[in-house]
Design a protein around this ligand. Structure first.
Ligand code: SF4
Length: 455
């Protein structure tokens, strides 16, 4: 199977398509033909699929289905595309066709009636929807970067932007370093180029993802190449200059994160940080072997809020980690009272095949985990409710995600797609379009969502 030759890859990524995958993980192969524009589409499709939990297969045999991104510019390119589809059908059998030649579906189905789906050039969301149908996602909350709910619809106005693969840490409950290897950052100029193409193609919001966003560039020694330095602060500034909303996910509370906050205060990137704290008790964090286990996170949060009072903080936590005592759990609840996070997710600890935490002593009984989870969520919900109530009467900017007859579903700057809340507009919304950014007066607040009217 051909993958993009390195000199044509739009991202010039050092990170190769890794062959390892977890058992049962759906795998997709990609044959990418054609011009650099088509390669950007291929990269974008692969980025999204990886984020959704698919593995990318480097060969036909290992793939559950193969996407052929075709070129139809010249007759010779058309012939090459048909040949590539034929080869994929012979070697794998389950083939989805996209790209320029897909503009003429009968031409393809005439020659190859058994292809599963045909989509046209730059029909990014249709390709992904076709993949979901052909090979349903098998979300795994332990390793995936997106929540399971996010994988059915693929809107065009926001896009995930993966800046690195792998992770240098060794958190005991996590198998990602074993599966994905050490941190491998993409060169900053390649990321910026991909982001530029996305914005040119109509993307209004870039969601920066990786396993450890604040570590970005460490493996490249933060080197500058083609005018772009591989450091998260510089990258955030570069991305922020493109005119789209830029949202950072999976940032660890390292001291240099403070440098990002002025960019938020200036409006260059969204005042939003997704920081997986996982716990607040130092003993638990040490047993988890978390990066920045001893960080004084409450001090950091206070410092961030001083620089950017509007900052929204989202985090995820694990309750019932092996050995977690009632006192340690109480430290977490007290910390929550102080930290006043805007958005919070919580998991009950579970063993994952291959994780070192499985072997820790004093596993917490299921009913205790469940009970702690409820206590934690009750607190998180009360905080969220109070924070949202404080927004009533304010005028804020929102991005429109979906327009239906009875309401438009939008998000504020404090809400990431698929994981946070929504703002609904149920009057005068008929002419709104997905991706539009509008000002709204907040009328009403619930536990997780807001309602408002156009300002
Ligand atoms: S920082 Fe820890 S939890 Fe996150 S990917 Fe690395 S090892 Fe896993």
């Amino acid at each position: 199977m051909s993958t993009n030759p390195p000199d044509l890859r739009p991202d010039l990524a050092r990170a190769v398509l890794r062959e390892d995958s977890r058992p049962g993980q759906p795998k997709i192969g990609m044959v990418s033909l054609g011009c650099p524009k088509a390669l950007v589409d291929s990269e974008r499709i692969l980025t999204r699929l990886r984020a959704e939990g698919y593995a990318i297969s480097p060969d036909y045999a290992g793939a559950d289905a193969v996407i052929v991104n075709t070129c139809g510019f010249l007759d010779s390119a058309k012939a090459e595309s048909l040949e590539a589809i034929g080869e994929a059908l012979n070697r794998n059998g389950r083939v989805l066709v996209t790209g320029c030649l897909g503009a003429d579906p009968e031409y393809i189905t005439g020659a190859h009636p058994s292809v599963l789906a045909v989509t046209g050039p730059h029909q990014y969301e249709q390709v992904l929807d076709a993949v979901h149908k052909a090979v349903p996602p098998q979300p795994d909350p332990f390793v995936d970067l997106l929540p399971a709910t996010g994988v059915t619809l693929t809107p065009r106005h926001y896009s995930y932007l993966k800046i690195s693969e792998g992770c240098n840490h060794a958190c005991k409950f996590c198998i990602i370093p074993d599966m994905r290897g050490k941190l491998q950052s993409r060169p900053a100029h390649a990321i910026v180029r991909e982001a530029e193409k996305l914005v040119e193609a109509g993307v209004k919001e870039l969601l920066v993802i990786s396993q450890d966003t604040s570590a970005y560039g460490l493996d490249l020694k933060y080197a500058e190449e083609r005018g772009h330095r591989a450091h998260i602060t510089d990258l955030a500034r570069d991305l922020g200059s493109l005119g789209a909303w830029v949202r950072l996910h999976y940032v660890y509370p390292y001291p240099h994160v403070r440098e990002l906050i002025p960019l938020m205060a200036e409006g260059l990137i969204l005042p939003y940080l997704d920081i997986p704290f996982q716990h607040a008790d130092t003993g638990v964090l040490k047993r988890m072997a978390r990066p920045a286990a001893a960080a004084r996170t409450l001090d950091e949060i206070a410092a961030w809020r001083e620089i950017c009072p509007d900052i929204s903080l989202r985090s995820t936590f694990i309750v019932g980690y092996p050995g977690e005592t009632e006192d340690e759990f109480q430290v977490l609840l007290d910390w929550m009272d102080e930290a006043q996070l805007d958005r919070v997710g919580c998991f009950q600890y579970e063993n994952v095949d291959g994780a070192r935490s499985n072997a820790l002593p004093d596993h917490v009984p299921d009913e205790v985990k469940e009970e702690r989870w409820h206590r934690f969520m009750e607190k998180a919900q009360a905080i969220s409710e109070a924070k949202l109530a404080a927004k009533v009467g304010k005028t804020i900017e929102v991005i429109v995600d979906e327009v239906e007859e009875d309401a438009a579903t939008c998000r504020t700057k404090a809400d990431a797609p698929e994981i946070d809340g929504c703002l609904f507009i149920d009057e005068g919304h008929e002419d709104l379009k997905p991706g539009q950014i509008v000002s709204v007066v907040v009328d009403e607040a619930g536990e997780y969502d807001l309602w408002g009217r156009l300002a």
